[in-house]
Each structure stands twice: as C-alpha cells, then as structure tokens.
Design a protein around this ligand. Structure first.
Ligand code: ZN
Ligand code: ZN
Length: 109
C-alpha cells in the first residue's frame, strides 16, 4: 500500500501487540484498519513507542490523501479520542490515517 501523504512511499506492515498496522517511515504516519485504533489505544504507551516517534511535517494535516486500501479520498474528522487531533478517515472501508505525531497526541490524552 502507498502512503497517502507522501508522493511515492510504500507503507511497511508492522505488528504491535496483535494488531497489524501500516507505517510510513518517511512521514511517520500510521494506517489503521477499521476498529484497530481503539484496540491500539488500549496498549501500553511503551508498546507503541516506535509508532509514536513520528514528528509529522508542515502540511500533512491539510493534505487530503487517498485511502491506501481502497483509493477513496480521505475525510478530515476530529478524533473522538482527543478533540485537538484531526485524523483522516476513509468513509468506504472505515480505516483511519494518523499523521506523524498524532498517535502520540492520542496517547497523551
Ligand atoms: Zn508518508
Ligand atoms: Zn478506504
């Protein structure tokens, strides 16, 4: 799968706990399939240290990418977990994209 926020970066599949996430090493973003985000947030912050390390880049939050799974344009929605964080959600397959740093913000809450 391709990163929705980078021009030509492939996502790397990583397993955290028993959850498979897709991680972009260039921008630090993370793709989560439907229902994976609540499960990820139940893990200990130390278990997802690598994924939280991303810093994000200027413009990531305003760049509307396409869903890496089904190609639908992502919608920007305020996270139910932390209203300071705007995530990118696919209305078709219901996966969610977190820009670099956003996962860390959700854990900090
Ligand atoms: Zn990326
Ligand atoms: Zn999708």
């Amino acid at each position: 799968m391709k990163c929705p926020k980078c021009d030509d970066e492939s996502l790397t599949r990583e397993t955290v706990g028993d959850i498979e996430v897709d991680h972009c090493h260039a921008c630090g973003g993370v793709w989560l399939d439907q229902n994976e985000l609540p499960r990820l947030l139940e893990l200990k912050p130390g278990d997802v240290r690598e994924l939280r390390r991303g810093r994000g880049r200027a413009g990531d939050n305003t760049h509307r990418g396409k869903c890496p799974r089904c190609g639908t344009e992502l919608m920007r929605v305020i996270s139910a977990q932390n209203r300071q964080v705007t995530v990118d959600k696919c209305t078709e397959c219901r996966g969610v994209w977190l820009d670099g740093g956003e996962l860390n913000a959700l854990f900090a809450e």
